[in-house]
Ligand binder design. Structure first.
Ligand code: NAD
Length: 416
């Protein structure tokens, strides 16, 4: 997008001004950004318990994302340098085609655990016979979702062998539309559990959604051409992927590289990143812990990257409507549905994975990482004015010496 060309070279004020035009931000929204978040103690106190303050994270914009032909500015909230630069660069290298992505309908699953059932096999067949009554009963508690085209869609039950004997596990499939859905699902489960108990007896225990949302996956793909990134980079990425595929120690970090981008978008948009993390790693472990992105050569000898993972995220509900920055982030993203948000997040994960593998398998990540970190070092050394920070960080990078003492020396000489 032309509006974001050279975005990284601009000042914070200039970036906000461009963003205001791009996303049609109001002056109130601009002022939230300028005040680095504006989460008032009042709002914070309504969100969690024993509030004493709030924590701020930098919010940045990833550029160059083109997904299914549409251009996106992707907000990321993250404390680690390089993630936004790396994703923006990976997205740029995927152009002009960019990413293709898709996502399932937003179907989530919630479980009711029933223990101490006298004859689990008989209870199971009784439950199956009463499936329609149970479904009809449960639907009453997801009426809020029906308004938007969602609601309870299916019910199943099974016997689970555990270390404490056989249990009945009832599973409800609920279409939560543009919400993450946890509150709605948990309400359905808690309200319907007594009805199930009336039918089969036993003791009702846990009633909670699963974060392993296998019916709510997002997938994305991109091709990085060999004439753009070079055969050496392709070979390096394929070797790096093979390493992760064969070794759990590498695989954990491979998947962390993916979640760098996904969590940062989840945080920026006020989504529950613990839920996203739990779902991603459980999915990766379903058939032995595996990489969530896969790489191969296509028939032209270009690199094809794929990602697939469950992403239960919302554009409404939870903290999204309470956090001022989350609403602004969603406005910048211009996503219309939670499905679309999950596709953008999958692409962000793929972009960060590609960038990490490319850097790790060639020059290493420290060069780029330290170049960005140099600005922090300049500040730690006492640089205050923008021109001081620029000068000191540039010198540190030129000399590849990132010690605070060296930064202090440069600053001292500059001030002379
Ligand atoms: P919610 O109940 O606040 O929001 C959903 C509501 O939004 C629906 O009831 C619906 O009436 C309304 N809505 C408006 N427009 C909608 C649309 N287009 N599509 C769908 N709904 C629409 O929140 P939620 O999403 O049910 O719950 C999410 C929260 O639950 C998160 O904050 C999460 O942290 C928390 N949580 C998570 C877990 C877990 O992941 N294990 C457990 C408990 C709670």
């Amino acid at each position: 997008m032309d509006v974001f060309s050279g975005y990284y070279k601009k000042s914070v004020d200039e970036r906000i001004k461009l963003l205001k035009e791009f996303a049609g931000l109001t002056s109130d929204e601009v002022s939230v950004l300028e005040k680095t978040g504006s989460l008032s103690p009042d709002i914070a106190d309504r969100m969690i318990e024993n509030v004493v303050g709030s924590v701020h994270l930098p919010l940045g914009i990833c550029t160059n994302f083109k997904i299914n032909g549409k251009e996106y500015a992707v907000p990321m909230a993250v404390e680690e340098p390089s993630i936004i630069a790396a994703a923006s660069n990976a997205a740029k290298l995927s152009l002009p085609e960019g990413f293709t992505a898709d996502a399932d309908e937003p179907i989530m699953m919630g479980q009711v655990q029933i223990t101490n059932v006298k004859n689990p096999e008989t209870a199971l067949s009784v439950l199956r016979k009463h499936k329609k009554e149970i479904l009809d009963y449960s639907k009453e508690f997801a009426k809020g979702m029906e308004k938007y085209g969602g609601g309870v869609k299916d019910f199943e039950a099974r016997i689970l062998e555990t270390i404490r004997g056989k249990m009945i596990i009832c599973e409800f499939y609920i279409d939560v539309r543009d919400a993450m859905g946890a509150n709605t699902i948990n309400t359905v489960l808690e309200k319907t559990a007594p009805f199930i108990k009336e039918i089969i007896g036993g003791t009702t225990r846990l009633r909670i959604l699963t974060n392993l949302a296998v019916k709510r996956k997002a997938v994305a793909k991109a091709v990085w051409k060999k004439d753009k990134i070079g055969e050496e980079a392709i070979e390096g990425i394929l070797d790096g992927y093979a390493f992760a595929d064969a070794d759990i120690y590498r695989c954990a970090t491979h998947n962390k590289g993916i979640m760098n981008g996904i969590d940062a978008v989840a945080l920026a948009t006020g989504n529950d990143w613990r839920a996203v993390e739990a779902g991603a790693h459980a999915y990766a472990a379903m058939n032995g812990y595996s990489p969530l992105t896969k790489y191969s050569l296509n028939k032209n000898g270009d690199l094809e990257g794929l990602i697939e993972l469950p992403l239960s995220v919302g554009t409404v509900g939870g903290a999204i409507n309470t956090l001022p920055t989350a609403k602004i982030a969603l406005k910048i993203l211009k996503v219309k549905t939670a499905r679309e948000l999950s596709m953008v997040m999958a692409c962000a994960g793929l972009a960060n994975s590609f960038a990490a593998l490319k850097a790790l398998s060639t020059e290493g990540i420290q060069k780029g990482h330290m170049r960005l970190h140099a600005r922090n070092i300049a500040v730690i050394a006492g640089a205050k004015k923008p021109e001081e920070i620029d000068f000191v960080s540039k010198k540190l990078a030129e000399e590849s010496n990132y010690s605070v003492d060296f930064a202090k020396k440069i600053l001292k000489e500059m001030k002379k």
